[in-house]
Design a protein around this ligand. Structure first.
Ligand SMILES: Nc1nc2c(c(=O)[nH]1)N[C@H]1C(S)=C(S)[C@@H](COP(=O)(O)OP(=O)(O)OC[C@H]3O[C@@H](n4cnc5c(=O)[nH]c(N)nc54)[C@H](O)[C@@H]3O)O[C@H]1N2
Ligand SMILES: Nc1nc2c(c(=O)[nH]1)N[C@H]1C(S)=C(S)[C@@H](COP(=O)(O)OP(=O)(O)OC[C@H]3O[C@@H](n4cnc5c(=O)[nH]c(N)nc54)[C@H](O)[C@@H]3O)O[C@H]1N2
Ligand code: SF4
Ligand SMILES: [Mo]
Length: 714
């Protein structure tokens, strides 16, 4: 029997694609993008187009496993057989659940629930398998709470400080833009479904400007590429506003009606003339002026701001400064104007129904919070209570966490009981006591929102779980049962959970039901009647959502806050300011190591996911250190040389590629599994646990290193 199932890609990606899976006699035989999805428009990214290789990979974890060897990397890339017999003993789910709950109960009795830490992030962004039954379980257990800041917390805090809500320009409006700035936005790599809209805008005469220290594919095909020194974007935005306000190019009417603190901003930006900012950014004063003038006068103009800016020590403040730009020029009024960093704030699912924070045991209302970026520090230094158990799901911290050597030192602790729920034997399972098999999105049902558009989807289950795989929801349901948690919510069915999540008072979810989602595949949030909505002038059929066309900011003042009391209360500049990151060429630590490192993502992997699949590996250039010819020459390095890249946190070995991707003073390499990298260590050996200025976020792009040529790869 052949059928086509509608699913939604749950990977941590703004596009949240609609997916069609063909199933024949219980086996998935084809995957394609849903042509009916207005943003997916029938195509998938290259990695998910190969998803059958992932689902049916011979390397999948299919059964619960118990460690029978010492913790550590047992085999780098060995086949299933060797690994299974030398490192793992297959056990039943009952045995696994007994062992886990037994250990959890013992640890709770001896040290308290806070000695147990959940560790999860973006494996799946499905509303259920991302954050529902797991949150209920850990609340009920009284475990430490995880502050999930590894990705976007700095940028979110910066954006919210100005707009009050994570809303932005919808992708469909980009075709109407005349001036598009891709700011720290690797569109071809990380957000490919925006590209066709930009391409159409350019056919209509739009100009594309890219601001990125790395010459991405998007930068290479831009009309104007501005390589910027890492971590200096805040200064650039302030200088642009110095020019715009100084030359009276701002929208005085919009500013007067809908913003707060313009006079303070006008004063503040006087300290950031283009000549001063040119020295930090590496962008000439004349180019800064030209950018500011073009941006303010070519209408509609839109900024696609992505998260690259905010993975920096001053990333929150930089995002805040950039978020002011569309408020100052009033581009929120235009179809195809404004800014998009994230659209996720529009999806106001019923979080209390999903996560049930009310399950907290008496006396444990405010559990200890552990920042996920500081996992190494937490495992090695926390006391009162120390961390004694870790349950990892939806994440691969031994690959993605900064200061990898410290993370591994912590994970190796013999007294730490680690459980990892996974689809593959990752870097993190190498330190697990128990590994549990997890389903892929083909094998479970979920509800899907997005952070790069405004469509909700139900992702249907296409095939039966492989082997003995269980979804995250089913794992935590099983654990709750075994712990004797008899709260009714642990028995809710998947459909009841989806219904509960959609049962929200938010007007944007009105009329969106599970039945309707299953019938229609994807449904746009219900923005009808929103002030500022406008008809599409080309087709006349679509009503666009312009969240801030008539103000409606969700800040305490209801205005776009160019001056923020909340910032002031945190001891920060209430307008905005720029301080160079301490780990940068202009920073306090610049004397330690001379080169700025971009520890970037791979275009064809998704963080560390996909980096173990041969058919995806073929598409990606790995284990390369990209550097400028001047920096290479000064160190006697040529294209293809083996190099040692090091700082005070550690060292890695790579092959040099001297290709013009980066400017002098900057080097770059990409994230992948550590155990598939030379010397069994990846880029996060070199990155820092230091937190950003706002949001306590990670600073993957504020890293100094030195490079020297080496004899051979380890
Ligand atoms: N193919 C692929 N797609 C992905 C991912 C992936 O790993 N691979 N990851 C997903 C995830 S988790 C996320 S959060 C999103 C993130 O997607 P993006 O926000 O696009 O994240 P990054 O790739 O970190 O950064 C974007 C760009 O910012 C640049 N950049 C670095 N530092 C600076 C700086 O100081 N200033 C400026 N102007 N630019 C800078 C980088 O070189 C990069 O090209 O993408 C998602 N999509
Ligand atoms: N150097 C450097 N480090 C980075 C970044 C960077 O740009 N540079 N990016 C950072 C960012 S933005 C992010 S968001 C983080 C991402 O950090 P993570 O969210 O840890 O990302 P992944 O490496 O994709 O690991 C997700 C894991 O979840 C598993 N998984 C997928 N679906 C499921 C499921 O349904 N159930 C269970 N139990 N497991 C599942 C996958 O197999 C995969 O191993 O990495 C951060 N680390
Ligand atoms: S990873 Fe992103 S682009 Fe690729 S299929 Fe999933 S949502 Fe679409
Ligand atoms: Mo992320």
């Amino acid at each position: 029997m052949k059928q086509v199932v509608h699913a939604a890609c749950p990977h941590d990606c703004p596009d949240a694609c609609g997916v069609l899976i063909t199933v024949e006699d219980g086996r998935a035989t084809k995957i394609q993008g849903d042509p009916k999805h207005p943003v997916t428009r029938g195509f998938l990214c290259a990695k998910v187009a190969k998803y059958l290789d992932r689902v049916y990979s011979p390397d999948r974890v299919l059964y619960p496993m118990r460690r029978i060897a010492a913790k550590g990397i047992a085999a780098t890339n060995a086949g299933e057989g060797a690994r299974a017999t030398q490192t793992w003993q297959r056990i039943t789910w009952d045995e696994a659940l007994d062992e886990i709950t037994g250990r959890f109960q013992k640890i709770s009795a001896e040290f308290g629930g806070e000695a147990i830490l959940p560790y999860s992030y973006g494996g799946t962004l499905g509303a259920l398998n991302g954050a529902s039954m797991d949150r209920r379980f850990f609340r009920r257990l009284g475990a430490s709470e995880l502050d999930r800041t590894i990705c976007s917390a700095a940028g979110e805090a910066g954006l919210l400080s100005v707009l009050g809500m994570k809303l932005g320009t919808e992708p469909e409006q980009f075709i109407h833009s005349r001036y598009i700035i891709a700011w720290a936005s690797n569109i071809h790599g990380n957000n490919v479904h925006l590209w066709p809209f930009i391409a159409e805008a350019r056919r209509n005469g739009a100009k594309l400007v890219v601001i990125d220290p790395y010459r991405t594919r998007t930068a290479a095909c831009a009309d104007w590429y501005l390589p910027i020194n890492p971590g200096t974007d805040g200064a650039l935005a302030l200088a642009m506003m110095q020019v715009i306000i100084g030359e009276n190019l701002h929208d005085a009417d919009y500013v007067a009606k809908y913003t707060l603190g313009f006079d303070q901003l006008r004063e503040k930006v006087k300290a950031y003339p283009p000549e001063r900012v040119a020295k930090w950014t590496g962008i000439s004063a004349s180019d800064i002026r030209k950018l500011a003038r073009e941006y303010a006068t070519t209408r509609p103009s839109v900024i696609r701001l992505n998260y690259g800016v905010q993975r920096s020590e001053g990333g929150g403040m930089a995002t805040r400064a950039i978020a002011m730009l569309p408020c100052v020029i009033g581009s929120w009024k235009d179809i195809g104007g404004g800014l998009q960093m994230s659209t996720s704030g529009a999806f106001q699912l019923n979080a209390a129904a999903l996560k049930r924070p009310d399950l907290t045991p008496m006396g444990a209302e405010n559990p200890r919070v552990v920042n996920m970026v500081e996992l190494g520090k937490a495992l090695n230094t926390l006391s009162d209570p120390p961390l004694k158990a870790l349950l990892v799901y939806n994440s691969n911290p031994a690959a993605v966490c900064p200061n990898h050597n410290e993370v591994v030192r912590g994970l190796k602790r013999p007294d730490l009981f680690t459980v990892v729920h996974e689809q593959f034997f990752t870097d993190t399972t190498d330190y697990a006591d128990i590994v549990l098999p997890a389903t892929t999105f083909f094998e479970h049902k979920d509800l899907q929102t997005a952070y790069g558009h405004y469509y909700v989807q139900v992702s249907d289950q296409a095939i039966e779980p492989l082997g003995e795989c269980r979804s995250n929801v089913e794992l935590f349901r099983s654990l709750a049962g075994r712990m004797g948690f008899n709260d009714e919510c642990f028995g809710e069915s998947i459909d009841e959970m989806i219904d509960g999540a959609l049962a929200s008072n938010n007007p944007w979810l009105q009329g969106i039901t599970r039945e309707r989602l299953q019938r229609e595949g994807q449904v746009r949030l219900n923005f009808s009647g929103q002030p500022g909505n406008r008809q599409d002038s080309l087709t006349g059929s679509q009503e666009f959502f312009l969240p801030f066309a008539q103000g409606n900011f969700r800040t305490p003042s209801g205005k776009a806050e160019l001056y923020s009391e909340a910032m002031k209360a945190q001891g920060l500049d209430p307008v905005a300011e720029f301080t160079p990151p301490s780990e940068s060429r202009h920073g306090a630590d610049q004397a330690t190591f001379p080169l700025e490192l971009l520890a970037r993502k791979a275009d064809n992997f998704l963080n560390s996911t996909f980096s173990n699949l041969p058919s995806v590996q073929e598409m990606e250039d790995v284990d390369l250190l990209e550097m400028h010819s001047a920096d290479a020459r000064a160190r006697g390095i040529v294209n293809g040389s083996t190099v040692r890249v090091y700082n005070h946190r550690g060292e890695i070995f790579l092959k040099a590629r001297v290709d013009g991707a980066v400017q002098p003073g900057v080097v770059s390499t990409r994230l992948k599994w550590a155990k598939l990298s030379p010397g069994l260590r990846n880029i996060n050996v070199l990155t820092s646990e230091k937190l950003s200025d706002l949001g306590n976020s990670a600073t993957f792009y504020s890293v100094l290193v030195e490079v020297e040529s080496a004899k051979s790869l380890p």
